[in-house]
Design a protein around this ligand. Structure first.
Ligand code: ATP
Length: 256
């Protein structure tokens, strides 16, 4: 039999007062896939991400991560479970260095934070050394070595987005959620990002779910694409199938 999907979303519904942000959405993400989630503004993509990271509850439906119902998992346990994410509006510490920002991601997983560090609790030194080493590896992998000790606030936007990626990777996720990684990047940077997403998947053996408005990027990196509109799934399949789907074409033409 085929291996169970890493992520399985079934009949997911989220309502905010009178607004139905997600209306019975179901799909699977297979292990090792890069999956793309597309849809016009307000389609429900960010709401879905927020459900996956337990920032939002949902009124109906089920999400299973590696067979485990996500409903039984608290928000602070999501990173430890193996779900990492980036944010549309970067959530970095501007006054800290690139390296330290990436280390923070590592602490999100181990849950031994800077406080334990500051107090020099037993066992912390070895762990600190380990997280420094891993953070340096990620800095190298992302081509951020020349700015490793630079404060994040001093970096150009494209580099800050790479730091955000590094921070998510530092928690060693099995599923990496990327929220509009191409937003604000120039043409060249988007090209490099596509290559990077594939390299991340291959090198770290993880599964990627990508929310993105940049169609060129989604269609070139994704193995599977899910399209939402007004909170409903309107199509899914290979990039070519989804791009040619009448409802997808209609949804995008309708917003222009
Ligand atoms: P975009 O591409 O613009 O980011 P999206 O596909 O991510 O859009 P969502 O942000 O998930 O869409 O929004 C889906 C719907 O839910 C929208 O109508 C939005 O106004 C509404 N919504 C999202 N979050 C909330 C909230 N916290 N409170 C009330 N309504 C919300």
């Amino acid at each position: 039999p085929a291996e169970a999907p890493l992520l399985s979303v079934r009949d997911l519904c989220v309502r905010f007062g009178g607004i139905t942000a997600l209306d019975g959405v179901s799909f699977d993400v297979q292990r090792g896939q890069v999956a793309g989630l597309i849809g016009p503004n307000g389609a429900g993509k960010t709401t879905l991400f927020n459900c996956l990271s337990r920032l939002y509850g949902y009124s109906e439906g089920r999400i299973r991560f590696d067979g485990q119902p996500l409903e039984s998992v608290a928000r602070h346990q999501v990173a430890g479970l193996g779900i990492g994410r980036t944010f549309q509006n970067l959530a970095l510490f501007g006054s800290m260095s690139v390296l330290d920002n990436i280390k923070v991601g590592r602490h999100a997983r181990t849950r031994k934070g800077f406080l334990a560090n500051a107090l020099r609790l037993p066992g912390v030194a070895a762990e600190e050394e380990d997280s420094s080493r891993r953070a340096r590896e990620l800095v190298r992998f992302l081509g951020l070595e020349p700015v490793a000790d630079t404060r994040v606030a001093e970096l150009p936007f494209g580099s800050r987005k790479r730091v955000e990626l590094g921070r998510a990777l530092a928690s060693e996720p099995r599923l990496l959620l990327l929220d509009e990684p191409a937003a604000g990047l120039n043409h060249e940077e988007v090209g490099a990002l596509g290559t990077l997403i594939r390299r991340i998947r291959d090198q770290f053996h993880l599964t990627v779910l990508l929310v993105e408005h940049h169609m060129g990027l989604v269609m070139s990196v994704s193995d599977h694409v899910v399209a939402l509109n007004f909170g409903r799934k309107i199509a899914e399949g290979t990039p070519a199938q989804v791009r040619a789907h009448p409802e997808v074409i209609q949804a995008y033409l309708g917003t222009e």
